[in-house]
Design a protein around this ligand. Structure first.
Ligand code: ADP
Ligand code: MG
Length: 261
């Protein structure tokens, strides 16, 4: 049993404070959904927890079984058991999936015997076309293929905790179902703890959250059970802030956001 504790996390990017004190505890096998409008700080939270360069932490801790991750480089956080499925998975020309997984296994002291067979079996399970296994990582894959590929990596690496940053963005219904069911299975089979970031209820219909948190303007403004997601669907974010914040255009300045859904 492991615990991921985010305590009083305050962070900024490009001189602008985005996270204004986040407290969140996830235990092995639990699924926590973090929902919030565009620009609320959801991706920033995942970036800060994983140690993406360019983010400044002003206060707080991110503890994995009591050990603060914030002083560690990203690769050490991954070795310690953290995993991020990015909102927009990176393309890595020249590196193929099995090579990358072999490196990751070795870095974790795991044998790579039978890795190719495990990759093939996992690809079949998640409906990732085997013809694409030899491609450079994510290069020229569709949005859905990229997320299936990322989910395949998650399943094989068996981290303690996974952050899914809008796993649902860019996915059709079939891909969404396959990916979210695979993650859900990992929460039972290997007691994976999940922080599922989304602004749609759709993902949660497959990936049943134990807890739902609503993040607005860098703060968790409400926490509850799965019914909170239903309430959000019904009433919108205004019900939680008193402001008109839902459907704000994204202000991240990323062209990728235009293609998010
Ligand atoms: P969400 O994922 O909830 O849509 P983000 O965490 O991506 O929101 O963004 C939160 C805020 O931080 C937005 O106002 C966005 O413009 C800003 N932001 C995020 N990343 C950067 C960056 N690298 N440089 C400047 N501003 C950023
Ligand atoms: Mg985001």
């Amino acid at each position: 049993m492991s615990t991921l504790e985010i305590k009083g996390l305050v962070a900024s990017v490009a001189g602008k404070q985005i996270l204004n004190g986040i407290d969140l505890t996830v235990r092995s096998g639990e699924v926590h959904a973090v929902m919030g409008p565009n620009g609320a700080g959801k991706s920033t939270l995942s970036a800060v927890v994983m140690g993406k360069p360019g983010y400044e932490v002003h206060a707080g801790q991110v503890l994995l079984d009591g050990v603060d991750l914030l002083g560690m480089p990203t690769w050490q956080r991954a070795q310690a058991g953290m995993h991020l499925v990015m909102q927009y998975p990176s393309e890595v020309p020249g590196v193929d999936l099995t090579e990358m997984l072999a490196e990751a296994y070795s870095a974790r002291g795991r044998s790579t015997d039978g890795l190719a067979a495990s990759v093939a079996a996992e690809a079949e399970r998640i409906h990732f076309p085997s013809a694409l296994l030899d491609r450079s990582l994510n290069v020229d894959l569709s949005g859905g293929e990229k997320k299936r590929n990322e989910t395949l990596q998650l399943a094989l690496l068996q981290p303690k905790f996974a952050i899914l940053d809008e796993l649902d963005s860019g996915l059709d219904i079939d891909a969404l179902r396959d990916c979210s069911r695979r993650v859900e299975a990992a929460t039972h089979d290997s007691q994976l703890g999940v922080l599922a970031i989304t602004h749609y209820n759709r993902l949660l219909e497959e990936l049943h959250p134990d807890h739902v948190h609503i993040l607005v303007k860098g703060r968790i403004v409400a926490s509850g059970g799965p019914d909170l997601a239903d309430q959000l669907e019904r009433d919108g974010y205004e019900a939680f802030t008193g402001d008109e914040v839902a459907d704000e255009p994204t202000s991240s300045g990323s062209y990728d956001d235009l293609f998010a859904l």
